[in-house]
Design a protein around this ligand. Sequence first.
Ligand code: AMP
Length: 402
Amino acid sequence: MAAMRFDVPHLDDLDLAGKRVLVRVDFNVPQDEAGHITDDTRIRASLETIEAILAKQGRPVLMSHLGRPEGKVLESLRLKPVAERLEQLTKKKVVGLDESIGPAVEKAVQAAPAGAIVLLENVRFHKGETKGDVELAKSYAKLGDVFVNDAFGTSHRAESSVSVVAQFLPSAAGRLLEREVAAFRKVLENPARPLVAILGGAKVSDKLPVVANLIPVCDAILIGGGMAYTFLKALGHEVGGSKLQADQLEAVKQTMAAAEKRGCRILLPSDHVVADALAETAKPSTVTEIPAGKLALDIGPETRRRYAVEIAKAKTVVWNGPMGVFEWESFRAGTAAVAKAVAEAAAYTVVGGGDSVAAVELLGVASRIKHISTGGGASLELLGGKALPGIEALLRPRVAKA
Ligand code: AMP
């Protein structure tokens, strides 16, 4: 793994005094039908960066996407409610604009009083944003003297306001991005050993690149969730009607062979909570071999104990993906047991991925996890060994002036 990839420039490397600091944040918050923000975690996650910029006499100009307007201006996806919430949280003046580029926006940015925060309009109102349009990125670059990326959750996308704009301005990582990068670096580069990865979730095809990338660094990989049954099938077990991706069987066999060669233990469920149907009301029962006609929807008690023993021995733990259909109470115990074991581990613990984060929150152990990632897709790509455009862009030399 190329160590350089994580050596991102930091906020403190930039001279911010009196400068317009263009910041890509991820304020893609959930809203109810009336437009009220139902969870402001993503806004809070970037407060440290915003406050650091203000403390250094910088003039923050924030940009974000909200939802998927697909290049159209949608009233329901304006950032006005976000501007209001940001004002409440920071107790600073927030100048919310109704555009994100152009002469009027440039003027408004210049006119914003010192100590105020400017929030541009939803960048995805522009068609070119998700396509990484270079001209659009240049228009954003006119609004800042320097650029800061704090949108970890969007950094796996090569979008104009995430990665392309970094070509045109001196750039650095914000505090949130810096924290995320440091956490994954601690897992992927010289981790405290044993390093144990726990992988779950529905589709083995999504997670197999992560398994492959983690084999050289992990001491053990514990597998659960729907993805486990393609592994068990590859070993010749009956999996009944459980989730199976038959086209992945060969790749799974190769992955297991690679793990054996590298001395990385892959642990699979040895007992299962099964049901007759994929339904919340389906009656659960525990088996060691899955009968034909039954579906496995959670790992069984013996597997929970085996996994908890591995987690307790670990010095570094990374977890992505639930062990079963944790949304339904009858099939939650496996994910709950893993969440408890991770929370209790005397280890550096990282949890990433929307569902596993939801699980640790649901089970009330979030505060006992060392690092909870704010980016599901981005964290999965990092664990899969992929370069993230939003991070790579900070490492490249500037190519042109806007
Ligand atoms: P992912 O988005 O790939 O991390 O998958 C998360 C989803 O996988 C959750 O909605 C779980 O309900 C689902 N899941 C976990 N275990 C199973 C299973 N054994 N069978 C079917 N779905 C599962």
